[in-house]
Design a protein around this ligand. Structure first.
Ligand code: ADP
Length: 717
C-alpha cells in the first residue's frame, strides 16, 4: 500500500473511531436526559388530561342534577315534555330515562336505558341509595354506551339515567396529540378500554389483561394495566408490535368507579429520532470532513515519507553495491593469496633452504594465511548483508566435525600454557543434518577467540545435543575461558560488525571484529541463538544453540568420546616423537585426501618427517582424477572417510574399479574420526589396506607405513 493510501486509511480510521465513540456516548447521554424529561412531560400531560376528564365528569353530573331537580318540581305527567326540552338542550345525550325499582321505565326519550336487570346490582343499589355514578361501557342498540345514573331527590324509589355514546370520552380526549401517534386512553376498574381514539378498542371492550392470558406478546402491556387497575400512578414501559412505548398513568380523580387514564407515546417517534438523525448527520458530515482532512494531510505527509523511502532505497542500493564490491574484490584477492600460501608451503618443504629463508617463508605464509582469513570473513559478512549467504545442509558425522574442531584448535594453542578441556555428551547423535562447514566455522570462531584472548588457564568446550519437540536436535555448545574478559558496557557491542572492544588491552591481538557478527548471523540462520557472559579480567563464556536435523538414534558413545579426547595424548606424543626412529622414505610419494585443510597440514607435517613427498587434495574426485591419469605415481594414498559430496569409501571404490594394475594395488589408508575398533574389518572389505583413526597416533602411523611400504617394496622387487 502506498504511503499516501496508508495515511488516508489511518486518518479515516482514527476519525471513525472518534466519531463512533462520540455518537455512542452522545446518544447515550442525550437519550438518558431526554427520557427523564419525556417522563416529566407525559406526567404533566396526564395531569392536564385528568383535570380535563374529571371536569367533564363533574359537568355531566351537574347537568344531570339540574334535570333531576327539575323533575322533582314537575308532575310525573310533564316529565316527557321536560325530557324532550332537556334533550334538545343537551344533544350529547343519546337518551334519558326515569326508572322506578317497582315500575320500571316511567318516562324515556331517545336511546332507551338498559333494563335494570342487565345493569349491575352494585350500580343500581348505589344509584337508588342516592349516589351519582357512571357505568362502564355497555353494548346497546346503538353500539357501546355509558350509563350515568343519579337518584331523583325526594323520590327514593326512582333514578334518572342518562345514556352517553361509548365514544363520548374518546371524542373528548382525541384532541390531545402526543408526538405523532401518541394518545390518551381510559380503562374501567377491570382493565377494559373505555376510551381510545381507536373506536374498535372501545366497541370490543379490549382488555389486555385478559388477552395476555392467551397471548404472551401482551405480557408487558398487561403488567402496566394491572398497575393501572390497582389504582397506581406512575410510568410504565412496554412494547407492542415491536415498538417500545412510554406510558404515564393515574386514576381519574373524579371517577368513583375506579376509572384510570394513561398517556401512551411510542419512543421511536419521540425526540430520540431527531436526536439520532441529528447525530447521524453530524457523524456523516464528520466522516466526509475527515476524508477531506485525510486527503489533505496525506499530501503533506507523503513528501517526507517519500524522501525517507528514497533515502532508504539509496542507502540499500549503496549497501548492496558495497557488499557486491567487497565480495568481488575479496574473491579476486583470494586467488593471489592462495598462490602466496600454497607456494610458500611448497617451498618450505625444500630441505636445502637456509634457516633465514625458511623463517622468511614462514612469515610470508603466516601473513598470507592471516590475510586469507580476513578476506574470507569479509566475503561472509558481505554475503550476509546482501542476503546471499545460503546454508547447505548435508548429512554429516558429528565425530568428524568434532575431531576437525579439536585438531584445528590444538594447533592454535601452540606453546600457550593453556589447558584445553573437552566435555562431549555421550548421547550426542552420531549423524546429523546441517551445514557442517558453517557449524564448524561457528565453533572454531568461539574457540579461537577463547584461545586468542586467554594467556593462561583453561579453555573449555562443552557440547550437548537434545531432541526438540519437532523431532530435530538442538545442539548447544559452551566455550568458556579464563582470559581477559569483556567489560559490561562492551558486551552489547561485540556482535556488531567491525567492532573490536577494549582495543587497548587487545592491541597486540589480531582481529577484524567480524568473527562474532558472522557467528551470530550464522547461528540465527540455523534457528538458534548466541549468548555471552563475562567478568572483566576473569573470563568469558559464550553459548550457542544450533538446530540440526535428525538422522537416526545412533549416538557417539563413551568409547568414541574418549577417542576424540585423546588428542592431548597424541599431541604430546607427537612433540616427544624424537624417540621414534623414522625410516627414510624419500623415494615414496603420498597423496593425502581430506576436505579440511588443518587435517591436511597435520598429515603433511607427520609424513614429511619421513622425508616423503606429499601431495594434498581436498576431495575424492580430485584423487580419482589423479589416479586415472597415472601421473604422478603415488606409493600411498591417505583417504579421509567423511567428506562432503563423495565420502572416502565411495572414492576408494571408484579408484579400485578403474581396474588398472596401479589402481587396484595402490595402498589406500583410511583416515577416520569415526573409528570404532570393530570398523577395521569394514574398511578392509571396502578396498582399503589399513585405517588410522584421527587424531593420528604416530606409532600406529609408523607401523602401518612400515608394513605397507615393505609390502610394496617386496612386491616390486
Ligand atoms: P576479532 O576478530 O577482533 O576477534 P570478533 O568479532 O571475533 O572479532 O570479536 C569481537 C570482539 O569481542 C573482540 O575484538 C574482543 O574484544 C571480544 N572478544 C571476543 N571473544 C572474546 C573472549 N573469549 N574473551 C575476551 N574478549 C573477547
Amino acid at each position: 500500500m502506498s504511503i499516501r493510501l496508508r495515511t488516508i486509511f489511518l486518518v479515516i480510521l482514527t476519525n471513525l473511531l472518534i466519531i463512533l465513540f462520540s455518537v455512542i456516548a452522545g446518544t447515550y447521554y442525550v437519550r438518558e436526559n431526554i427520557l427523564s424529561s419525556q417522563e416529566t412531560d407525559l406526567s404533566v400531560v396526564a395531569d392536564i388530561a385528568d383535570h380535563f376528564i374529571s371536569s367533564e365528569i363533574e359537568s355531566l353530573k351537574l347537568k344531570a342534577s339540574i334535570i333531576v331537580n327539575l323533575l322533582s318540581i314537575y308532575n310525573e305527567a310533564d316529565w316527557d315534555v321536560l325530557l324532550l326540552r332537556e334533550k334538545n338542550l343537551n344533544p350529547e345525550f343519546l337518551g334519558m330515562s326515569v326508572m322506578s325499582a317497582e315500575r320500571g321505565i316511567i318516562s324515556s326519550l331517545g336511546e332507551e336505558s338498559a333494563p335494570l336487570s342487565i345493569m349491575e346490582d352494585r350500580f343500581i343499589r348505589q344509584a337508588f341509595s342516592g349516589e351519582s355514578l357512571f357505568t362502564s361501557t355497555y353494548p346497546s342498540n346503538s353500539g357501546m354506551v355509558f350509563y350515568f345514573a343519579t337518584a331523583v331527590p325526594a323520590n327514593e324509589n326512582m333514578i334518572f339515567v342518562l345514556t352517553l355514546p361509548g365514544m363520548y370520552f374518546s371524542d373528548l380526549v382525541s384532541t390531545f396529540t402526543i408526538w405523532e401517534t401518541g394518545h390518551i386512553f381510559m380503562t374501567d376498574n377491570e382493565g377494559n378500554i373505555i376510551a381510545n381514539i381507536r373506536e374498535a378498542w372501545v366497541q370490543n371492550r379490549l382488555n389486555f389483561i385478559r388477552m395476555a392470558e392467551t397471548d404472551d406478546s401482551f405480557q408487558d402491556v398487561a403488567a402496566v394495566l394491572r398497575r393501572i387497575v390497582n389504582g397506581e400512578s406512575g410510568i410504565g414501559y412496554f412494547s407492542t408490535d415491536g415498538v417500545p412505548r412510554l406510558c404515564s398513568f393515574r386514576p381519574i380523580t373524579s371517577s368513583k368507579q375506579g376509572w384510570s387514564m394513561g398517556i401512551i407515546a411510542p419512543l421511536p417517534e419521540s425526540p430520540f429520532r431527531d436526536i439520532d438523525r441529528g447525530l447521524l448527520a453530524v457523524g456523516f458530515v464528520a466522516i466526509i470532513l475527515s476524508i477531506i482532512a485525510a486527503i489533505i494531510a496525506s499530501a503533506f505527509i507523503k513528501k517526507p515519507f517519500e524522501e525517507i523511502a528514497a533515502l532508504k532505497e539509496e542507502a540499500e542500493k549503496n549497501s548492496r553495491y558495497k557488499s557486491t564490491f567487497l565480495a568481488n574484490m575479496s574473491h579476486e584477492m583470494r586467488t593471489p593469496l592462495n598462490v602466496v600460501v600454497g607456494l610458500t608451503n611448497l617451498r618450505m618443504e625444500d630441505s636445502d633452504l637456509s634457516i633465514e629463508v625458511h623463517e622468511d617463508l614462514q612469515k610470508i605464509n603466516a601473513a598470507g594465511e592471516h590475510l586469507l582469513g580476513i578476506v574470507n570473513d569479509v566475503i561472509d559478512i558481505s554475503k550476509i548483508e546482501a542476503g546471499k549467504l545460503d546454508l547447505m545442509p548435508v548429512n554429516y558425522y558429528s565425530a568428524s566435525l568434532l575431531n576437525d574442531i579439536i585438531t584445528f584448535n590444538i594447533i592454535r594453542l601452540g606453546s600457550k600454557a593453556l589447558q584445553f578441556i573437552i566435555d562431549i555428551d555421550e548421547n550426542f547423535p552420531e549423524e546429523l543434518i546441517g551445514d557442517e562447514l558453517r557449524v564448524k566455522q561457528v565453533l572454531n570462531n568461539l574457540l579461537s577467540n577463547a584461545i586468542k584472548y586467554t594467556k593462561e588457564g583453561v579453555v573449555k568446550l562443552i557440547t550437548e545435543c537434545r531432541q526438540t519437540e519437532d523431532g530435530n536436535f538442538m545442539l548447544t555448545a559452551t566455550v568458556s575461558d579464563t582470559g581477559i574478559g569483556i567489560r559490561d558496557e562492551d558486551l552489547k557491542k561485540i556482535f556488531s560488525e567491525y567492532n573490536q572492544v577494549d582495543t587497548k588491552a587487545n592491541r597486540n591481538i589480531e582481529g577484524t571484529g567480524l568473527g562474532l557478527a558472522i557467528t551470530k548471523n550464522l547461528v540465527e540462520m540455523m534457528g538458534g541463538n548466541i549468548s555471552v557472559e563475562s567478568v572483566y579480567g576473569v573470563g568469558t563464556s559464550f553459548s550457542v544453540s544450533i538446530k540440526q536435523g535428525y538422522v537416526n538414534d545412533m549416538v557417539l558413545g563413551r568409547e568414541m568420546i574418549e577417542n576424540l579426547k585423546s588428542f592431548r595424548y597424541s599431541n604430546e606424543k607427537q612433540q616427544n616423537s624424537t624417540k621414534l626412529v623414522r625410516a627414510d622414505y624419500s623415494s615414496v610419494r603420498a597423496l593425502v585426501v581430506d576436505d579440511f585443510q588443518t587435517n591436511l597440514d597435520v598429515a603433511v607435517g607427520l609424513l614429511s618427517k619421513y622425508k616423503m613427498l606429499v601431495d594434498c587434495v581436498t576431495s575424492g574426485q580430485e584423487a580419482i582424477d589423479l589416479i586415472k591419469s597415472g601421473l604422478p605415481f603415488y606409493n600411498l594414498i591417505f583417504m579421509d572417510h567423511m567428506m562432503p559430496k563423495m565420502d572416502g569409501i565411495e572414492a576408494t571404490k571408484i579408484i579400485r574399479s578403474l581396474n588398472t594394475d596401479y589402481a587396484l594395488n595402490v595402498p589406500i589408508i583410511a583416515l577416520t574420526a569415526n573409528a570404532l575398533t570393530g570398523n577395521e574389518k569394514m574398511f578392509l572389505e571396502e578396498g582399503f589396506n589399513a585405517f588410522i583413526s584421527k587424531p593420528i597416533d604416530i606409532y600406529r602411523l609408523d607401523s602401518i607405513l612400515k608394513q605397507l611400504i615393505k609390502n610394496d617394496r617386496e612386491k616390486s622387487s
